[in-house]
Ligand binder design. Structure first.
Ligand SMILES: [Zn+2]
Length: 231
């Protein structure tokens, strides 16, 4: 299995010095490049004029990461927070931070939760989530719809229906987040440079496998209890 990229990510934390050195060498391969320091990392802009191609690489230092840092990156509109208070940003950040090692967040800028309309305006195709490097977009309307639909297939009583819908929604949400984080890190230059790209036709399969495996671990570790879904 070509999951050595994931194994490499898990095998140790990539340090600030290593990242800075890597990007300095990496950028020198391009005609034009620039560095911009940020409080928690740096931005490396690379450009290949002949091919009319450019990329803005976001690099977050693992040393600066924390649950609070990750929470700040999750942008959820007020209307969604009020309506679905069990989808709390801190809980989501805590679960992701606990389940994935810090390397998975090196190139993450933001995770946006959007309603269907705003999602389609950006992503342009209906889906549950999408990674557009360096951001991840989550279509919360579609995830909630899927959670409700599945709970109706299993439950008959009104009370159980609501609890099951919340449970299913949280499961689908986490699975989608793991899936999109997998796609996002696939575009990370450190990994591309060292391990190459997944074949396009297989990347989706690996993303699904990874997300399902992570969700199973979340369930096994009883981490879902962190979400306020059984009141
Ligand atoms: Zn996918």
């Amino acid at each position: 299995m070509r999951l050595h990229r994931i194994k490499a990510l898990r095998s140790g934390i990539i340090s600030k010095e290593w990242l800075f050195e890597f990007y300095n060498h990496f950028a020198e391969h391009y005609e034009e490049y620039s560095f911009e320091q940020r409080e928690d990392g740096f931005i490396c802009q690379i450009e290949n004029k002949a091919k009319d191609w450019s990329k803005k690489c976001i690099i977050n230092y693992t040393e600066n990461m924390s649950v609070e840092w990750l929470e700040q990156k999750i942008i959820v509109p007020e209307e969604i927070l009020l309506k679905y208070n069990y989808l709390d940003r801190k809980t989501i950040a805590t679960v992701l931070y606990q389940m994935l090692n810090k390397n998975f967040f090196i190139c993450l800028e933001n995770i946006y939760f959007l309603n269907n309309e705003d999602y389609l305006n950006i992503v342009k195709a209906p889906s549950y989530g999408c990674s557009l490097y360096p951001d991840i977009y989550i279509n919360i309307d579609e995830i909630i719809k899927k959670g409700n639909k599945f709970s109706e297939m299993y439950e008959t009583s009104e009370e159980d229906l609501e609890a099951t819908a919340k449970y299913m929604t949280v499961c689908f949400l986490l699975e989608t987040l793991f899936h999109e984080i997998f796609h996002l890190i696939g575009e990370e230059p450190v990994l591309l440079f060292n391990f190459g790209r997944y074949p396009v036709e297989r990347e989706e399969k690996y993303a699904n496998m990874f997300a399902k495996k992570m969700l199973k671990q979340v369930k096994d570790k009883k981490i879902l209890l962190m979400f306020d879904i059984w009141d």
